[in-house]
Design a protein around this ligand. Structure first.
Ligand SMILES: Nc1ncnc2c1ncn2[C@@H]1O[C@H](COP(=O)(O)OP(=O)(O)OP(=O)(O)O)[C@@H](O)[C@H]1O
Ligand SMILES: [Mg+2]
Ligand SMILES: [Zn+2]
Length: 276
């Protein structure tokens, strides 16, 4: 709308950005809302997307993925194949890292096939959780895929407690659905939980639905797939996982131990220097 006297035009009709730039926006281009209200020269108004929005959406995806703090910012490159002290472990880790990288690169084909990965080694602290979460973080960043991380023990506990839970969002049915429907699901530490008829049935139902709808599942375990038959005697879990995942052996060496030894050596040095 143009009036004959431009000087009386109200301020909000002046061409330019109406949204104030504040520190709430990491780029200082919007007010933190992610949108910038702009009035063009021809008086038309548009809401433009600020570049902080994509970043915020990414953060939201990472937050809702329920990844433990320790692994929040881990990427595949943080998985160091040379940290292992045994030569065989380095080779095994290099192979696992290569598979992880290729999996992310070729994720769209993997998604079409409904294929996930199955990382296993009997040793605790070998890097299974780190590598599986690093993959998921890459998928979130690169493909904006909504993912969920959960340890199998927690998964079953949450479902057990859901019967006495009054929050309708976390009732048994909704929890089951959230695990069945997560576009990508990491099931960490499969096999360490106590098997009962109930837990086997619940896990079977989740895996069955994910297999039918070709939703990729990344699993870590302390046993190779063939031993799942013993762990879950009804037999439907092993055959589903065989179909749904590509198995990747992990080193039988604890990086947790290597790291803590190094830390303690450093502390010992600090203490000894103090005595001097
Ligand atoms: N290859 C690696 N490079 C760098 N850090 C590693 C590597 N492997 C493991 N770590 C670190 O060592 C610790 C233990 O690793 P992680 O939790 O992934 O082991 P895990 O195999 O899942 O063990 P668990 O069987 O106890 O669950 C973590 O702090 C992780 O970041
Ligand atoms: Mg682990
Ligand atoms: Zn912004």
């Amino acid at each position: 709308m143009n009036t004959s006297n431009d000087s009386v035009q109200p301020l909000y009709k002046m061409p330019g950005r109406l949204t104030k730039a504040t520190d709430d926006c990491m780029y200082r281009e919007c007010d933190g809302s992610g949108m910038i209200h702009v009035i063009r020269e021809d008086d038309s108004e548009v809401m433009m997307m600020c570049r902080c929005r994509e970043y915020k959406e990414l953060l939201h995806k990472i937050k809702t993925a329920r990844i433990p703090d320790e692994y929040l910012d881990k990427r595949i490159n943080d998985f160091d194949a040379k940290i292992y002290q045994v030569k065989k472990s380095v080779e095994v880790a290099q192979y696992a890292k290569r598979i992880a990288t290729r999996y992310v690169e070729q994720y769209l084909e993997m998604e079409d096939m409904g294929k996930g990965l199955y990382f296993y080694s009997n040793t605790k602290g070998a890097g299974k959780t780190l590598l599986s979460i690093a993959i998921v973080n890459e998928l979130i960043i690169e493909y904006k895929i909504k993912s969920t991380y959960i340890s199998v023990v927690n998964m079953l506990n949450e479902m057990k407690h859901s019967f006495s839970n009054n929050d309708p969002k976390r009732n048994f049915y909704n929890l089951m659905e959230s695990f069945k429907q997560a576009p990508v699901l990491v099931m960490d530490d499969l096999g360490v939980e106590k098997t009962t008829d109930w837990s086997e049935e619940v896990l079977t139902q989740i895996l069955d639905e994910r297999m039918s709808y070709k939703r990729p599942t990344i699993i870590t375990s302390n046993m190779p797939i063939r031993l799942l038959q013993k762990k879950y005697p009804a037999g439907r879990i092993k055959s589903r996982i065989e179909k749904m995942t590509f198995p990747v052996v992990m080193p039988e060496e604890s990086v947790r131990e290597i790291i803590s030894k190094k830390e303690n050596e450093k502390i010992a040095m600090m203490f000894l220097n103090e005595v001097d």
